[in-house]
Design a protein around this ligand. Structure first.
Ligand SMILES: NC(=O)c1ccc[n+]([C@@H]2O[C@H](COP(=O)([O-])OP(=O)(O)OC[C@H]3O[C@@H](n4cnc5c(N)ncnc54)[C@H](O)[C@@H]3O)[C@@H](O)[C@H]2O)c1
Ligand SMILES: O=P(O)(O)OC[C@H](O)CO
Length: 327
């Protein structure tokens, strides 16, 4: 809808024919966006070739679990000079690769053509043209600026960034912390607990990101603090809502059914479990979430484990998380 407001003719590819028909006939996408009306210059198709032929920008928004499959299908129809942007927040299952890595492998393109768009941006608010700010990151400043030009509107402010790793890691890991935020609220804990979770969650995001080669300053920006705050505090967040349901004691498969849309934080918790070992970083909140989600640990015991960790010095922890060395 943002691109359509900027006068691009937008074609959505989707596999669900009923959803495609709804977008074309009624200009709505009610499962995701209730009765919000989409601009007239958006059409939809189930035909990938039709969607992509001649497109100057390709925006990938499949869930992380489907990204490789969708990119494989798209690859033959993408023009050599097309700008490929993704807004997906997660890692590939099993390989734990970032989404730009998956795209560069499947599209056989130069990393300079790839951009990640991230930041605090619930679709339900964007489609109503409520003020929203995001980051576009690319290895190429020119590509980031092309994406900025394409997306920037008076209600959608776009900042460029060159730190692809940091933006992708922040966007993925914040979903784990949002699951935790839903859990703490669902358990009846207060604002102190939530503030602690966000602060210590940011330390955890930064620690993994820095170990993977990110710029620590990214975590103070929209993809870091910004998205963490929105996802941990908004009732629109699927990850937060899943956390609330888990606190009721529902099994994971029922939680996912009830949310009815992708809850990226669940797979990302598995990814963090592996990545923290691979990069030798401590991720206590993610680890406790892993035990709650996959090892039946009661959420209250997870909170006790976090509160009972060994004593530590905040500055040493923060400096370590932000990749700084204390003298
Ligand atoms: N919804 C938001 O506000 C928002 C904002 C920023 C980023 N994101 C990210 O965008 C990604 C997608 O989220 P969403 O909100 O659109 O989720 P969603 O659950 O609303 O929609 C996902 C869509 O992908 C389709 N899909 C699943 N597997 C597929 C496959 N193999 N091939 C084709 N289509 C497939 C589903 O049918 C569904 O229509 C996630 O990574 C999410 O973190 C979402
Ligand atoms: O609904 P969530 O929890 O997937 O969050 C959506 C976006 O990532 C918020 O920026």
């Amino acid at each position: 809808a943002v691109l359509a407001d900027n006068n691009f003719d937008v074609t959505i590819w989707a596999r669900n024919a009923a959803q495609v028909e709804e977008i074309n006939m009624r200009h709505t996408n009610s499962k995701a966006l209730q009765d919000a009306v989409l601009p007239d210059n958006i059409t939809a198709t189930t035909n990938m070739e039709q969607a992509l032929t001649g497109s100057e920008i390709v925006l990938f928004v499949a869930p992380s679990s489907a990204m490789r499959d969708v990119a494989k299908q798209a690859a033959p129809f993408i023009a050599p000079d097309a700008l490929c942007i993704h807004a997906t927040k997660g890692f590939e299952s099993g390989s734990y690769k970032r989404m730009t890595t998956v795209l560069s492998e499947e599209l056989n393109c130069d990393p300079s053509q790839l951009v990640v768009l991230s930041g605090p941006s619930h679709a339900e608010e964007v489609v109503l043209r409520q003020p929203t700010t995001v980051v576009v990151a690319s290895a190429s400043q020119e590509s980031a600026e092309r994406a900025q030009d394409a997306f920037i509107t008076p209600y959608f402010r776009v900042y460029t960034n060159m730190d692809v790793v940091g933006v992708e890691v922040a966007g993925a890991i914040k979903n784990i912390i949002a699951l935790g935020a839903g859990l703490t609220d669902g358990l009846g804990f207060g604002d102190n607990a939530k503030a602690a979770l966000l602060t210590r969650g940011l330390a955890e995001i930064s620690r993994l990101g820095n170990a993977m080669g990110a710029n620590p300053l990214t975590f103070a920006g929209l993809a870091g603090v910004g998205d963490l705050v929105v996802t941990c505090t908004s009732k629109l967040s699927r990850n937060y809502r899943a956390g609330l349901l888990l606190a009721e004691g529902l099994p994971l498969d029922e939680v996912l059914t009830r949310v009815g849309m992708v809850v990226e934080g669940v797979r990302t918790t598995s990814a963090a479990h592996e990545l923290s070992k691979q990069y030798d970083v401590v991720m206590p909140i993610s680890e406790q979430l892993f035990e709650v989600l996959f090892e039946n640990k009661p959420p209250r015991s997870a909170v006790e484990s976090l509160m009972g960790r060994g004593r530590t010095h905040e500055m040493e922890e923060v400096a370590g998380s932000w990749g700084l060395h204390q003298s």
